[in-house]
Design a binder for this molecule. Structure first.
Ligand SMILES: *Cc1c(COP(=O)(O)O)cnc(C)c1O
Length: 372
């Protein structure tokens, strides 16, 4: 059997191990927040945002941000039907309802026009998720938000390295959230980040993130409200600091891999890959191929071909509205159709040329071509 190709794997260096070891040995007592603060500062600098709070997950960052916006029972939050459940779950934690709208067929991100049409008097926010590194149409969404006085939130967990006309994904909305799960471009094992340029919102989330204890409070053990416990540990943050030292390299390699797929698959008829419209940079978290219906290539055939090659393949996200706990919205045509003829391709820092050739070859032979 050929060696297995994983779909993703973190890149861990000696320096990463050195910083984590330092945190485990020395990061206690007066130094117990040292790496956390350093990681937050590095991340803020990278994104060009004013405030950042490291969290235990992106889910937690979203939960606190939505809570700080006052979202609660009876409220609606609009988002794309095509997403991982982590973007929707925090809405339900607060007793609010996620309203799922269809995606654009080329970027697989929320359709701004449908988002606007879904606005009701109960709507409290729109969540823009930059799917697989592809950018949402931020100009349109921000304009709709301004017109209807609704905050636009960016779940940028998949968009480290993605840029919209010079601005980093996650820095454009009322707040942004990131994930450092082991599958993401930068990892701390598990972890996340809340970022914002809104100082009042930052202060509210900071209080929420500390079990409701305001930072100016001098009385010990005195929460002012019921908050959350979604903190990142200093040890995890140490890994984040080390990873941030080579963030450009981590993103660069992701982009190289997408470019490779684009070069070898991009011109084949009946197949599309992650787009990168003019003025944008795609952080290329997850290269994805979508086949045109005429090709007859289905998810099942793709999974089979990858299995035979001993390569991991990840299915395109099922529409959230097809899951048992939500109401079905089959009129979200693209969200319901595209997953049946799409697949995520392997992408990680240490993926070698021979592995990439095997992946490309698998897809070319499915399409009945070999141009090598
Ligand atoms: C990975 C991911 C999350 C979840 O992140 P956690 O850190 O596991 O909570 C949320 N949103 C998106 C878009 C993701 O890709």
């Amino acid at each position: 059997m050929k060696p297995r190709i994983f779909y993703t794997k973190p890149s861990i260096t000696e320096n990463d191990v050195r910083l984590v070891t330092d945190a485990a040995r020395n990061g206690w007592g007066p130094r117990c927040y040292e790496f956390i603060e350093r990681f937050e500062n590095q991340f803020k600098d990278h994104l060009g945002v004013r405030h950042a709070i490291a969290t235990s997950s992106c889910t937690g960052a979203l939960h606190m941000g939505l809570a700080a916006l006052g979202i609660g029972p009876g409220d609606e939050v609009i988002m794309a039907d095509t997403n991982w459940i982590a973007s929707a779950a925090p809405i339900t934690y607060l007793g609010a309802k996620p309203v799922f709208v269809d995606i654009l067929p080329d970027s697989w991100c929320i359709d701004p026009e449908l988002a606007e049409r879904a606005i009701t008097p109960r709507t409290r926010a729109i969540i823009a998720v930059h799917l697989y590194g592809n950018l949402c149409q931020m100009d349109r969404l921000l304009e709709i938000g301004r017109r209807h006085n609704l905050p636009v939130i960016e779940d940028a967990a998949e968009a480290i390295g993605s840029r919209w006309h010079g601005q980093a994904a996650g820095s454009l909305g009322r707040f942004g959230s990131f994930s450092f799960h082991g599958t993401k471009t930068l990892t701390t094992g598990e972890g996340g980040m809340f970022v914002t340029n809104d100082t009042d919102l930052y202060e509210r989330v900071l209080t929420l993130s500390n079990h409701g204890r305001a930072r100016g409070q001098t009385k010990q053990f005195w929460p002012e409200l019921v908050g959350f416990k979604y903190k990142m540990s200093n040890i995890q943050a140490a890994l984040g600091c080390a990873q941030m030292e080579r963030i450009e390299e981590l993103i660069g390699r992701k982009r190289e891999i997408l470019a490779y797929y684009r070069e070898h698959l991009g011109r084949l008829p009946g197949l599309s890959l992650n787009p990168e419209p003019p003025g944008t940079v795609n952080g290329a978290w997850m290269p994805t191929v979508v086949f045109a219906p005429e090709t007859g290539i289905t998810r099942e055939r793709l999974m089979e071909a990858f299995k035979a090659e001993n390569a991991d393949a990840r299915v395109f996200f099922h529409p959230l509205s097809s899951l048992p706990m939500f109401e079905e919205e089959p009129r979200n045509r693209h969200a319901w159709d595209i997953p049946s003829r799409a697949i995520n391709l392997p992408s990680y820092h240490d993926l070698c040329e021979a592995d990439l050739e095997r992946i490309v070859g698998t897809i070319q032979s499915l399409l009945g071509r070999t141009d090598r």
